[in-house]
Design a protein around this ligand. Structure first.
Ligand code: UT7
Length: 326
């Protein structure tokens, strides 16, 4: 049986750059605090007319082109997003229509920052069982629409961005070697949007209370993130009988540079084996890992045969890892 691997990647970032100095004019913060506490210098922000689906289509076209495939070759589209175009229908439906893949099933997946890895793992099952040959997995977030620009604890962190990967059968020894997905709803209140759903439908009161925006208990999340990322990374390496020394590259979710550094040290990896781009794009939730992947592939940082570890952690809380050979 063939393994499932990534055949092509693509990214679409909004043009507008929001620097730390821009944020200094909006909330009580400083370039120094943001740089030291998060590693972020700037992030992207979508223009009002840009949508999650429109950027997804751009990224998907690039991924399909790299894979040498057309939208008609797709059997399934999975769009990982917590910032959909609208609550109904799925953003994946808009993407499917705009891409021009009329016979292809498409749905959204909500696992926050872990969503791209959850999507890859779902895609892998379809490909390995022969139920699908080519699966488009997209990590798509316009979190600027859900960020409160009066809340300095969150508005400095999140950025907009989309990236896609086309998965399909690949020849051994390439492909996904091991993967894990986890959820612990005990920590659901650590990162959430209180209103706008069935629990608290939109009303004047919820809007006035600014409860349609992201609320985060960053400090508590930080500790859970470091612990979970280390554990799940070790588990997938163990499953595939691989040790950290053998890794060519580690791409963690870009949540905070200090989280990345802590996990890198705990895993005993040299810094040059860890990819980060958080200074340029901030935390783009489920788009963060595929944006990194695409940058690495296009710059030649990832080469055929490389052993790559991807690990993510996010709201839910959710966490997971994928170990793959390129
Ligand atoms: O994407 C996956 C899920 N997300 C995460 O995993 C996020 C994990 N958490 C983090 O990245 C960090 O916790 C943050 C960057 C969010 C915050 O950094 P921190 O070092 O944990 O700060 P803190 O929340 O403990 O706050 C320390 C101080 C507080 O002031 P006092 O109470 O000590 O006077 C905050 O009010 O820093 C203050 N603060 C700020 N000051 C300047 C919080 N945000 C800012 C800010 N600028 N933007």
């Amino acid at each position: 049986m063939d393994a499932a691997g990534i055949l092509g990647t693509g990214t679409a970032l909004p043009d507008r750059i929001v620097t730390n100095h821009d944020l200094e004019k909006m909330v009580e913060t400083s370039d120094r605090w943001i740089t030291e506490r998060t590693g972020i210098k700037e992030r992207r922000q979508a223009a009002p007319e840009e949508t999650t689906s429109a950027l997804s289509v751009k990224a998907s076209r690039k991924a399909l082109e790299m894979a040498g495939l057309t939208p008609q070759d797709l059997d399934l589209i999975i769009c990982s997003t917590i910032s959909p175009d609208m609550p109904l229908p799925s953003t994946a439906s808009f993407i499917q229509c705009e891409l021009g893949a009329p016979d292809c099933c498409a749905f959204d997946l909500a696992a926050a920052c872990s969503g791209f890895l959850f999507g890859m793992t779902v895609a892998e099952q379809f490909i390995k069982t022969g139920k699908a040959r080519h699966v488009l997995v997209i990590g798509a977030e316009l979190l600027s629409r859900y960020v409160d620009y009066q809340d300095r604890a969150t508005c400095v962190i999140f950025g907009d961005g989309v990236a896609a990967g086309v998965l399909g059968p690949v020849e051994s020894p390439s492909g996904i070697l091991a993967s894990e997905m986890h959820t612990n709803g005990m920590f659901a209140d650590h990162l959430f949007i209180p209103a706008g759903g069935t629990a608290r439908p939109a009303s004047c009161e919820t809007v006035q209370a600014r409860d349609h925006y992201i609320k985060m208990r960053g400090n508590e999340l930080f500790k859970v993130a470091v612990r979970s990322l280390e554990e799940v990374s070790r588990r997938v390496m163990q499953q595939a009988n691989v040790c950290a020394d053998q890794l060519s590259l580690f791409i963690p979710h870009q949540a905070n540079q200090r989280i990345t550094d802590a996990v890198q040290q705990r895993l005993g990896l040299p810094p040059e084996k860890v990819y980060t781009n958080i200074s340029r794009v901030g935390n783009t939730s489920s788009a963060s890992i595929p944006i990194c992947l695409d940058e690495c592939v296009r710059s030649g940082r990832i080469k055929k045969g490389d052993l790559i570890l991807l690990s993510a952690f996010g709201a839910g809380v959710t966490w997971g890892a994928v170990l793959m050979r390129w």
